[in-house]
Design a protein around this ligand. Structure first.
Ligand SMILES: NC(=O)c1ccc[n+]([C@@H]2O[C@H](COP(=O)([O-])OP(=O)(O)OC[C@H]3O[C@@H](n4cnc5c(N)ncnc54)[C@H](OP(=O)(O)O)[C@@H]3O)[C@@H](O)[C@H]2O)c1
Length: 329
């Protein structure tokens, strides 16, 4: 277990992301999702990630059902949720709200849906540039003082903004996309997190399934958001597939699945990185859990670094509407 700085919270080496259990990745089934949550918890995962926007509250309610079932073990769980993305139901387009009144009302609504008295880790999901980061941090620090949240963090924030936030109050975690094929945090954010003792939570560590080689855009249902990812379109997809083939061959020669190697790369590269993978399948959960036992050598890590050098990846990681509120600097 890993202790989160500024708190008494201890998290498992990897967390479970719940987003796909409500939205974005096609068909969902609540009964099945509850079983996966249970299996993950019994297997030692205690760090669960959700957001108010996933399924417009459905994801928090689902997690709330799970928490209610394990009420006596609530203290052993670390529940992370997020605020700030405002969307019309069934629409991807969003606006961002970081105003104090909005943060307070979103926090109350999340507490209610999750059925808990305190959120363990509360992230600002996206930044509204007109609201200074110092003001958002001050509002979150007030919520800690009031006992509504135990700790807070920021998602997709820049290194510069993180420094400003840390000057106001202790920040516990940063959550951004980070995987073999999304390496932006290596430019400065990872170092800044390390220097400021902030945990880095890596979302979409399996490249939303692309890295597992099990993703086929042609057979995805219409409601699968990944259909719109620039990296999975036309020539970009063809080019990225060639890279994926090389990766799959390498993983096979090392006698591990693609998912195991993608996760082991994150776990071995930086001590302050916690990957949160998503799954709705028991067999994938078991596969992913063993990643923490794989000791990649320095040479293997370097080989993977080079194979997925950022200039080898074709296409952006988000469609246009998805960049709203993401700080890239
Ligand atoms: N802060 C943010 O802006 C942000 C953005 C995106 C996500 N997130 C968080 O990060 C979490 C993880 O992101 P993600 O769901 O995109 O992560 P991911 O782990 O990169 O991708 C999940 C996909 O990979 C598949 N998969 C998982 N393990 C597999 C395996 N061993 N073999 C083959 N396929 C496998 C899953 O399939 P099945 O589901 O079919 O099992 C699912 O389609 C989310 O749930 C959410 O909590 C945060």
């Amino acid at each position: 277990m890993k202790k989160l700085s500024q708190t008494h919270l201890k998290i498992s080496p990897m967390g479970l992301g719940c987003m796909g259990m409500s939205e974005f990745y096609g068909q969902t089934n609540d009964q099945n999702s509850l079983q996966i949550l249970e299996q993950a918890f019994h297997a030692g995962i205690n760090f669960f990630d959700t957001a108010d926007t996933y399924g417009h509250g459905h994801n928090e309610q689902l997690l709330g059902q799970f928490i209610a079932h394990y009420r006596t073990e609530r203290e052993a769980m670390v529940i992370a949720t997020k605020f700030g993305i405002v969307r019309a139901e069934n629409h991807y387009k969003r606006r961002i709200d970081n105003t104090p009144d909005y943060i307070r009302s979103a926090c109350e609504a999340s507490l209610k849906r999750l059925g808990i008295e305190q959120i363990d880790l509360y992230y600002c999901h996206r930044r509204q540039p007109e609201i200074p980061i110092e003001d958002v941090t001050a509002t979150l620090a007030d919520l800690v003082q009031e006992g509504k949240i135990k700790s807070f963090g920021f998602s997709e924030i820049s290194a510069q903004s993180l420094e400003k936030a840390c000057a106001i109050a202790p920040v516990t975690a940063v959550q951004s996309e980070y995987s073999l094929w999304s390496r932006e945090p290596e430019q400065s954010l990872l170092n800044t997190c390390q220097q400021l003792n902030v945990e880095f939570v890596a979302y979409s560590p399996l490249g939303r399934a692309f890295l597992t080689a099990d993703l086929n855009p042609e057979t995805m249902p219409e409601n699968d958001f990944r259909k719109n990812l620039p990296r999975l379109q036309g020539e970009a997809f063809q080019s990225n597939q060639l890279l994926l083939k090389k990766f799959s061959d390498l993983c096979q020669s090392w006698q591990h699945s693609n998912a195991q190697i993608a996760l082991a790369w994150l776990l071995r590269k930086h001590a302050h990185v916690t990957p949160i993978f998503g799954t709705r399948h028991s067999k994938y959960l078991q596969d992913n859990l063993t990643a923490n036992q794989i000791n990649l050598t320095t040479e293997q890590i370097l080989q993977l670094d080079q194979l997925f050098a950022p200039d080898q990846i074709q296409g952006e990681r988000y469609p246009d509407a998805g960049w709203t509120g993401i700080e890239t600097a």
